[in-house]
Design a binder for this molecule. Structure first.
Ligand SMILES: O=C(O)[C@H](O)CO
Length: 343
């Protein structure tokens, strides 16, 4: 069954009056430039939307109606105070795959389920990984700056890039996003290595021509491009530090599309300053955004994008659809497509 079909099974337009629909509270990071507003009609088919303003103005009545919280854009968190004020809350639908901003144990102690959207994010996040790899390899950002500067020199040999084609890509974290990256990298004739907690099935490895490295060190030593696609957990916090950067080739590029805290940023600054590695391309940092005087922003062998892995018209909508399907499944007592559990 295609992803779209799976979602639409759950997306039966509601025939209930707005008053009878389960109440949903939306948490967002603000400044969404109308993106969230575009999702409102979709949410309204299945839920009675309760805005934060409405909730705060009439807490007593509103809090009883809220059965779901929709966490838009992965970063706002749900704290104990909010959980204590929502006695009928059953589910937190996170739009996005990463749930490191949520305290899963605490939430589960309130009897509330958490769901995420691994399917909806996979293509767009894999695309941003490829985009960062290509942009860094071919020095696209510098190229743009040179093209618009008054003393443009075409074919400047002092800023040559490197080729992605036939290079070795090491994927750290071969979940659904990592696998999509491998599928794309195959089209570039890349040699693909991967490191994962669990080895993928033989057929899956063969389909993309990926070789398993039991030890991450082996992958780091051999790769021209290392792409980080792991979830942020206590085990992956600062997974890449001074020692790991030191194992990489001086010509290698580090790409991060997972979470900023997977890299020890101080060690990365040092490695980039001392040319321990060639370059880095990051869609994620900590904090986000970085303070304007952060040393990473002063380097010229780095590209940083502001966590835009899922910032496409299609992904945002699919994330909302997948989150809605999850939340409705919880509320209707059906099997939950993507539930996340505390470790
Ligand atoms: O976790 C994810 O899916 C993305 O980071 C969403 O922003």
């Amino acid at each position: 069954i295609s992803r779209q079909e799976t979602f639409s099974n759950f997306l039966v337009a509601s025939v209930m009056a707005e008053e009878e629909l389960p109440g949903i509270l939306i948490l967002d990071i603000g400044g969404t430039h109308g993106v969230l507003e575009n999702l409102v009609p979709l949410l309204k088919k299945h839920f009675r939307l309760i805005t934060m303003k409405e909730f705060l103005e009439n807490k007593k009545e509103m809090s009883k109606k809220i059965q779901s919280v929709f966490v838009f854009e992965c970063r706002p968190t749900v704290d104990r105070e909010l959980l204590e004020s929502l006695p009928n809350l059953k589910v937190i639908g996170n739009s996005g795959v990463g749930v490191d901003h949520l305290d899963l144990k605490m939430i589960s102690n309130f009897g509330v389920k958490v769901t995420n959207t691994p399917h909806a994010v996979a293509d767009s996040t894999a695309d941003i990984g490829m985009a960062l790899m290509l942009a860094s390899a071919r020095r696209l950002v510098e190229g743009c700056q040179i093209a618009v500067s008054p003393d443009t020199k075409c074919f400047a040999v002092d800023w040559l890039g490197v080729e992605v084609t036939r290079a070795t890509l090491g994927i750290v974290g071969m979940g659904s996003i990592g696998y999509k990256v491998a599928q794309r990298a195959r089209a570039f004739d890349m040699r693909i290595l991967y490191h994962n907690r669990n080895r993928r099935r033989k057929e899956e490895e063969e389909a993309v021509g990926a070789h398993y490295c039991e030890k991450m060190e082996d992958l780091l030593q051999q790769s021209d491009f290392v792409m980080l696609v792991v979830n942020l957990t206590p085990e992956t916090h600062k997974l890449i530090g001074k020692k790991e950067l030191g194992l990489m080739k001086p010509t290698a590029t580090l790409i991060n599309i997972s979470r900023g805290a997977v890299i020890d940023q101080d060690a990365l600054v040092e490695a980039l300053q001392n040319k321990v590695i060639r370059a880095a391309a990051l869609d994620v940092t900590y904090p986000e955004p970085l303070p304007r005087d952060h040393p990473l922003l002063k380097l010229n062998n780095i590209i940083i994008t502001p966590h835009i892995g899922t910032a496409t018209v299609q992904a945002i909508r699919m994330m909302a659809e997948e989150a809605i399907a999850n939340m409705l499944a919880v509320l209707n007592g059906q099997p939950i497509p993507s539930e996340v559990f505390p470790k």
